[in-house]
Design a protein around this ligand. Structure first.
Ligand code: URA
Length: 411
């Protein structure tokens, strides 16, 4: 098979066979197909899409690029959730330890920052010592001990997604239904789950800008999951303003700890409970109690310790990554907040250094926004709308100007 010919066929809206798709993924995973050819192929998929059969073939090829999790017969119910990505979406950091308070196993495989959205792995790595590089054997051992593991794709598990995910992030090929479905479902199927809940976002800060686009994405993922024997539920959430009050890697960990301690923003707590409730065996009241009585927080401590971090650091986490410049953005007017645009804040956060522009870039854990005002709040002239955390005064000022471009208020 000739790689340029296959790229050309997809570019010209043709279809590829299961064997051809498998060949491309095997060639890419082994290094025989270079990034520049895969970038062109991803862009061809972005513009031309794939049929349901091609999407199923690509998901399977990506899944089979590595090993899948295997569990002993005595394992409890195995569940997970995955989000299609949003701004300030730190739900996984709360939900995984919360579900592990129940008699469940949560083998969560997540990704890094993607496009304008932050990634669970980058957020976790802002915890000193925390390692997301976990082998299948280590994952199983940890599940047996604590019921939860939070890890990245590895050379063993979903290696094709590991490479393609990083490539999509920097080649403007993220918001393709096919590429979203195959990336998410190859990881979730590698977890060998009993049940999965998918949090599909739509709106300015999501990859799907419209509800109809989200419906199509959600249904495509549900069909792939069910066809592979995983009970798959889909919940849709708007993503026009950031979730919670914080955007940025370490700032989001701070806010997640607040929710794990029964505090924190109500919208974040609610979404976490709604999603957890879909796959949990206990009722919502019990989940709420575990957030309020410290059980979920202790489970997070256990998880962090198990993966190389220190629970002591979590208690003082807001003093670990302090940006050199923290500026308040104050309201020039009084009135009711009508817009805090998620896309604008995601882009501003990227410009501060929270995301990547090249695959090898490191992310800046300290930068971002916190104390972000919510739509519907009444503000008076001079009130704080958000704080910018930046590496320099000029970067903070630029971010504040961007923020105000996405802010509206009606008097
Ligand atoms: N999460 C993923 O794992 N992949 C995507 O493409 C988007 C969100």
């Amino acid at each position: 098979m000739h790689i340029p010919t296959l790229i050309e066929r997809k570019r010209d809206a043709g279809t590829l066979s299961d064997g051809e798709i498998r060949f491309l993924i095997e060639a890419y995973t082994s290094g025989e197909m270079p990034d520049y050819q895969m970038s062109a192929f991803a862009m061809a998929i972005y513009f031309q899409g794939m049929t349901a059969e091609e999407t199923a073939s690509l998901t399977r090829a990506m899944l089979e690029s590595g090993e899948v999790m295997e569990y002993p017969a005595s394992a409890p119910r195995i569940v997970d959730k995955h989000s299609t990505g949003g701004i300030g979406d730190k739900v996984s950091l709360i939900l995984a330890p919360l579900l592990a308070c129940d008699d469940l196993w949560i083998p969560m495989i997540s990704g890094r920052g993607l496009g304008i959205t932050g990634g669970t792995l980058d957020k976790l790595e802002s915890i000193p010592g925390f390692s997301v590089n976990v082998s299948r054997e280590q994952a199983l051992e940890q599940l047996e001990e604590t019921g939860v593991v939070m890890m990245g794709q590895t050379a063993d598990i979903c290696p094709a997604d590991k490479k393609l995910y990083a490539l999509r992030d920097v080649t403007a090929t993220v918001p393709s239904e096919t590429l979203l479905v195959t990336s998410i479902m190859s990881k979730k199927l590698a977890e060998s789950l009993d049940a999965l809940v998918l949090d599909v976002k739509y709106g300015s800060g999501a990859f799907m800008k419209t509800r109809s686009g989200a419906d199509s994405l959600g249904e495509a993922m549900r069909q792939v999951g069910e066809a592979m024997g995983v009970k798959t539920q889909v919940i849709y959430h708007p993503m026009d303003e950031p979730l919670g009050h914080a955007v940025g890697n370490a700032l989001e960990v701070v806010e997640s700890i607040e929710v794990l301690e029964g505090r924190g923003p109500q919208d974040l707590r609610e979404i976490t409970l709604n999603l957890a409730n879909e796959v949990s065996l206990v009722d919502r009241a019990q989940l709420e109690q575990w957030l309020d009585d410290g059980t979920a927080r202790s489970k997070f401590d256990e998880l962090v310790e198990r993966q190389g971090g220190s629970a002591d650091d979590l208690s003082t986490f807001d003093s670990i990554h302090v940006a050199p410049e923290i500026q308040e953005i104050r309201s020039p007017v009084s009135g009711c907040v009508t817009q805090v645009d998620a896309d604008t804040i995601g882009r501003a956060s990227m410009a501060l250094g929270a995301g990547r522009s090249r695959a090898a870039d490191a992310v800046d854990c300290a930068v971002g926004f916190d104390q972000i005002v919510k739509v519907g709040e009444e503000v008076r002239s001079g009130d704080i709308l958000a704080r910018v955390h930046a590496q320099s005064a000029s970067a903070a000022e630029e971010a504040a100007i961007r923020f105000m471009g996405g802010f509206s208020c009606e008097s």
